[in-house]
Design a protein around this ligand. Structure first.
Ligand SMILES: [Zn+2]
Length: 259
């Protein structure tokens, strides 16, 4: 039976040895920036299933009332005023020292890019709320101008080119993930020598499957999450301390927490 090494110093040493790290991030890395976790144990959707219904693609496409409420929700989303935190910035340090292969994120808030990653480093498996797309013609553009139309009184603004239904460029419930994006995440993980899973409960597939994939491809696995995950047993280290304090300690060039 494997003994779990639950030590920051051990994880930090492994991170320093690694040349091709993939960070896999979930809601937990953004809660410290003031963005609530929608699916976690205390999540908005967990406590209010009606809110989840609003995020279902079928209801969105068929019910104008759902679209109106969705646009209001987008206007008020905490991400518009959120700033990246120490956890996001620590991952940028990995890129700067050439040790990062990719950040694969379930988050739609764009905070990884805002923290300073090259855009090509960030794989957004659930899309981004910072863009809007047309569900009919496929037009895609920045969210700002469309949100301005909502503010100016268009409760459900149609596509300017074709009149189709516009939606945040995120993956809603009931909507398929984009195969090219998932493939790019899988490829990064297979080329990784260390997978750092941060702030994700690892309960949503196919993202959760990236952890055993990394392990079987020979990577070390380090999990940083407040709650236990279904993959803790195959991790080389599991750390439950707050992300904003752990990541600067294991991603920096210092060898441990005592720098
Ligand atoms: Zn269109």
């Amino acid at each position: 039976m494997m003994v779990l090494v639950s030590s920051l110093a051990q994880a930090a040493a492994w991170m320093l040895e690694s040349a091709s790290i993939v960070a896999l991030t979930g809601a937990g890395i953004s809660t410290e920036s003031g963005i609530p976790d929608f699916r976690g144990p205390q999540g908005v959707w967990t406590r209010d299933p009606k809110a989840e219904r609003l995020s279902n693609i079928h209801h969105y496409m068929t019910d104008p009332e759902v679209r109106k409420l969705s646009w209001r929700g987008r206007l008020e989303h905490p991400a518009w005023t959120a700033r990246p935190n120490a956890g996001h910035r620590a991952l940028v340090e990995l890129e700067q020292r050439g040790a990062l292969r990719a950040v694969v994120t379930q988050n739609i808030d764009g905070l990884h890019q805002m923290a300073g990653h090259s855009p090509s480093m960030v794989v957004e498996v659930h899309g981004t709320m910072r863009e809007v797309m047309c569900m009919r013609c496929g037009w895609r553009g920045p969210a700002g101008p469309v949100l301005d139309r909502v503010r100016a009184g268009e409760a459900d603004p149609p596509c300017a080119s074709c009149g189709g239904i516009l939606k945040s460029a995120t993956i809603s419930f009931g909507q398929a993930l984009i195969p090219e994006v998932i493939e790019s995440a899988m490829q990064a993980v297979q080329e990784a020598d260390l997978l750092l899973a941060v702030g994700t409960s690892l309960q949503v597939y196919p993202v959760a499957g990236l952890v055993p994939l990394a392990k079987s491809a020979g990577a070390r696995v380090v999990i940083v999450n407040a709650e236990p995950t279904p993959f803790d047993h195959l991790a080389d280290a599991v750390i439950h301390d707050p992300i904003g304090t752990v990541l600067p300690q294991i991603c920096g060039t210092a060898t441990g927490p005592d720098r």
